[in-house]
Design a protein around this ligand. Structure first.
Ligand code: C2O
Ligand code: CU
Ligand code: CU
Length: 494
């Protein structure tokens, strides 16, 4: 357990107090340098994989129950922090299902305010999506039921409450969702959960002196999105992973609100990227660093057979503003101590899986433009975050697409900072970035794509055969503060 320092005042336990801290910006001074102190006192915190939830199988249905609740979490020694959690005090279990399963997920809301639970990356009917239109009131429940039709992949789930997604996710309403399939389970890859197959939800958080989570203290937080100075993996501050095997598979998930990572190991060793948002790449790709925008996932293999002690680091906050925010030096995300690692039974594979190829350009029926816009100054609160000049309005459907049809979406960013663009209900391929082929780690299926300032990215996607004449899917910037302030739109699949 990390030490918070000397000023220990316990967090108010009343729900009212908690809700107040969720909605009002705290005036307490931010806690800076917490991590540095921990490092010098040598306290370390063990890496923790979230509990794995396979649900209850009844006939052809797999039943899950998730309860969103208010909790207190000990991130620091002897200090309780008010958090939100799903079946536990902060974040949720790792849900696991297999292609061909029908899942039935009952979501109970006990957080004292409306919420939703969205299945990020899942291809499903619009009324099961868990977006802003499937709101669950305090004390009520919602059942999501859908068939898992897509290939093995690392997806996630999180609150998508209109205007409150940032705050609710920040306080803990998120978790990972792993899909297996008949091939993935037979692949010669590390797949012992918590041993050599490790979920890693990476988040940055800022704590007040009393241990409470600080959320939006300034115009800067509102404009850039909420970034913290303390790194957590699966809800543990800069954890220490004692590697048990010499080849590790890390499912890296950027579960932050707004931070863009440039991930690398402290000794700059190479590693292999094996999967992106929507599933495996055709073959492993050897790299020394990888960029991960909010909402994106990659699976990597890292060979630690030389028994090192290394850190997974954020090399710098990429992007123009990142440098201005003191992001120039490396931040430790977690430490891997492989001195006791046993030899892995798995080699680094040479081939993975032939993925579903990029749709034929001749099949494209429509090309759409999306211009991501943010304006600074006084207008910020009143819809300064827009797509194509419009701020999100739940009553406005922006366009319709035809089920089973293929479209190209050209997403351009004329603003001064990067935006991670996400589309619900579909997995896409990146055709090009400013006319150039994307890097190989972006050759697979994606549901979220980082669009840099002055960049135009073309996506190609074939919509599934689900349709709904009334209930839309969302597309938006996954910088949660941008989304909450209007950088979102909605479309129907008919
Ligand atoms: Cu990860 Cu619309 O969400
Ligand atoms: Cu989503
Ligand atoms: Cu954005």
């Amino acid at each position: 357990m990390k030490k918070l320092g000397t000023a220990l005042s316990h967090v108010s336990s009343s729900r009212r107090g908690f809700l107040k801290s969720l909605t009002a910006a705290s005036l307490l001074l931010p806690l800076s340098g917490v991590r540095a102190k921990n490092n010098t006192t040598g306290t370390s915190t063990a890496f923790k994989s979230p509990p794995l939830d396979y649900g209850q199988r009844k006939g052809d249905t797999v039943n899950f129950t998730l309860t969103l609740g208010t909790h207190k979490t000990r991130f620091f020694d002897g200090v309780e922090t008010a958090t939100l959690g799903i079946n536990q005090s902060y974040l949720g279990p790792v849900l696991r299902a297999k292609r061909g399963d029908k899942v039935r997920i009952k979501v109970n809301n006990q957080i004292g305010m409306p919420s939703t639970l969205h299945w990020h990356g899942m291809i499903l009917p619009a009324n099961m999506d868990g977006g802003p239109h499937q709101e669950i009131k305090q004390g009520e429940s919602w059942v999501a039921e859908y068939n898992i039709r897509q290939q093995a992949s690392t997806l996630w789930y999180h609150s998508h409450q209109m205007h409150h997604t940032g705050s609710q996710v920040y306080h803990g309403l998120a978790g990972m969702f792993i899909i297996d399939d008949e091939h993935s389970q037979k692949m010669d890859l590390p797949q012992e959960y918590g041993v050599d197959d490790l979920p890693c939800t990476i988040q940055d958080r800022r704590f007040n002196r009393d241990g409470s989570l600080a959320y939006i203290n300034s115009m800067h937080d509102r404009m850039m999105g909420m970034q913290g100075n303390t790194m957590l993996v699966n809800g543990v501050i800069t954890p220490m992973l004692k590697a048990e095997r010499s080849l590790l598979r890390l499912r890296l998930h950027n579960g932050s609100n707004a931070r863009l990572y440039q991930l690398a190991f402290s000794d700059r060793r190479d590693f292999q990227v094996i999967a992106s948002d929507g599933g495996f790449l055709a073959e492993p790709l050897t790299v020394g660093t990888i960029r991960l925008g909010v909402g994106e996932r990659v699976e990597i293999l890292v060979d630690v057979s030389d028994k090192p002690v290394i850190e997974l680091q954020n090399q710098q906050s990429a992007g123009m503003m990142g440098g201005m925010m003191g992001g120039g030096s490396a931040m430790t995300i977690m430490t891997i101590d492989a001195r006791q690692a046993h030899p892995s039974a798995h080699p680094i594979p040479t081939k993975l899986r032939a993925i579903s190829g990029i749709p034929d350009l001749k099949s494209v029926v429509t090309t759409r433009q999306f211009d991501l816009q943010m304006s600074m100054g006084m207008g910020m609160m009143g819809g300064g975050f827009r797509i194509n000049g419009q701020s999100m309005d739940p009553a406005r459907i922006d366009f319709q697409v035809k089920r089973n049809s293929t479209e190209i979406w050209e997403v351009s960013n004329g603003s001064f900072m990067p935006h991670p663009f996400h589309v619900h209900g579909v997995q896409f391929h990146i055709l090009d970035r400013n006319g150039k082929q994307p890097p190989s780690d972006e050759s697979g299926l994606k549901d979220t794509v980082l669009v840099q300032s002055a960049e135009a990215v073309r996506l190609i996607m074939t919509f599934p055969d689900y349709s709904d004449a009334k209930i839309p899917y969302m597309y938006h910037c996954h910088n949660l503060e941008h989304e909450d302030q209007g950088m979102m739109g909605q479309f129907l699949v008919v």
